[in-house]
Design a protein around this ligand. Structure first.
Ligand code: PLP
Length: 381
């Protein structure tokens, strides 16, 4: 059975044009970008072109782009790397950050830092009043994501950054879920650092970037041969970096068209969801165009995801899997959603290859699954 893939916030397929760009570097052009001979300089040239492509998409100088292994590494690098140069004060991160920001921040809290979680509204937007409150304490480091991976809610990062700069702290945004879906402009966001990942924008897994203001003082977390301006040692993953660059160019070229197409499909989906009585999280906040996060009262999200998978539709549960009583999503709990409803969460995330027909087919399968599960619960009760 051909699956309909509706989980693009987890990862995206590698675009054919991206794969074509990568293949030569997996075959004949296998040089180490640090080598002096022709194969090495060809690899170095390819890495530099990719650096220009990534830089162009987020409006920075190529030298501000540090290639790393992905979003997880860039987020760890920011939190640990900036803290490495500061005396412990407060680190403030939003209550809805991805674990690769939240966990290194917790780790700093074990090393003398004070960890402050910034509150969000019921619609999943960081509360600027709480940012002001937090910044009354001496603060070294702040991180607020640009778009949330579960709800898709877009944060007012520029407004947070303005406050953080006034407080003389370093400001970072995790733009992994925003890139390729909405315009991402480093200067307009006014941040000191930003995280990007290739595999969410039709590039390969295992490549990403830390985009930095040159004044940001950051201590490397991986030491070695001094690659990437001494900030991230390790032989460059040339094919993946080339693919990342090609994916950025692809994103730049098609973003407006893609965004309007995905928005129309999401509206079609959410019209149907309302008809079925679903609760949609973050519905009234600005959101990236491809994401819808919803729940049906009385139905466990993971059960619904398994039912839909049997019907050929790939979506994601909002709660940690593999237990009888799954942990509800920390993002939804921070938004004040009751644990019971949060356990029902299902994330639907569209991508470039989805069609309106697939939305209609999905809604039919969803309606049938909800009816089936409701009748089972009624029998059990
Ligand atoms: N940040 C966010 C918001 C994400 O959604 C993800 C991936 O799920 C990451 C960071 C991690 O990126 P990577 O998979 O490239 O390590």
């Amino acid at each position: 059975m051909e699956h309909v893939y509706l989980d693009h916030n987890a990862t995206t397929p590698v675009d054919d044009s991206v794969l074509e760009a990568m293949l030569p570097y997996l075959r004949g052009r296998y040089g180490n970008a640090s080598s002096r001979h022709e194969l090495g300089t060809a690899a170095r040239k390819a890495v530099n072109i990719a650096r220009e492509q990534v830089a162009a998409l987020v409006n920075v100088q190529p030298s501000q782009v540090i290639f790393v292994s992905g979003g997880t590494e860039a987020n760890n690098m920011f939190v640990r790397g900036t803290a490495g140069y500061l005396k412990p004060t407060q680190i403030a991160v939003s209550a809805i950050e991805h674990p690769c920001v939240a966990k290194p921040a917790q780790d700093l809290a074990r090393q003398g830092w004070k960890l402050r979680k910034l509150a969000v509204t019921g619609d999943g937007e960081v509360e600027l009043g709480d940012v002001d409150e937090a910044l009354k304490e001496p603060t070294g480091v702040v991180s607020v994501m640009l778009a949330n991976n579960e709800t898709g809610v877009i944060q007012d990062v520029a407004a947070v950054a303005e406050r953080v700069r006034r407080a003389k702290a370093w400001m970072h945004t995790d733009a992994v879920q925003a890139l390729g879906k909405i315009p991402v402009d480093f200067a307009a966001l006014n941040v000191h650092a930003m995280t990007l990942s290739a595999h969410k924008i039709y590039g390969p897994k295992g490549a990403g970037a830390m985009v930095m203001d040159k004044r940001l003082q950051i201590r490397p977390i991986i030491h070695g041969g001094g690659h990437e301006q001494g900030l991230r040692s390790g032989t460059e993953n040339v094919p993946a970096i080339v693919g990342f660059g090609a994916a950025c160019e692809l994103a730049a070229g098609r973003m407006p068209e893609l965004a309007s197409r995905l928005t129309a499909m999401r509206e079609r989906l959410e019209g149907g969801l309302h008809g079925l009585g679903a609760v949609i999280f973050g519905e009234h906040a600005p959101r990236i165009p491809n994401t819808s996060y919803f729940a049906f009262r009385g139905i466990v999200g993971e059960t619904l995801v398994i039912e839909l998978d049997k019907e050929g539709f790939a979506v994601a549960p909002g709660a940690a899997c593999s237990s009888a009583n799954p942990e509800p999503s920390a993002t939804l709990i921070a938004m004040g959603v009751e644990a019971e409803l949060a356990r029902g969460a299902v994330r639907f995330s569209l991508g470039a290859a989805n069609t309106a027909q697939q939305i209609d087919d999905f809604l039919r399968a969803l309606s049938a699954a909800v009816t089936r599960l409701r009748s089972m619960t009624a029998v059990a009760a």
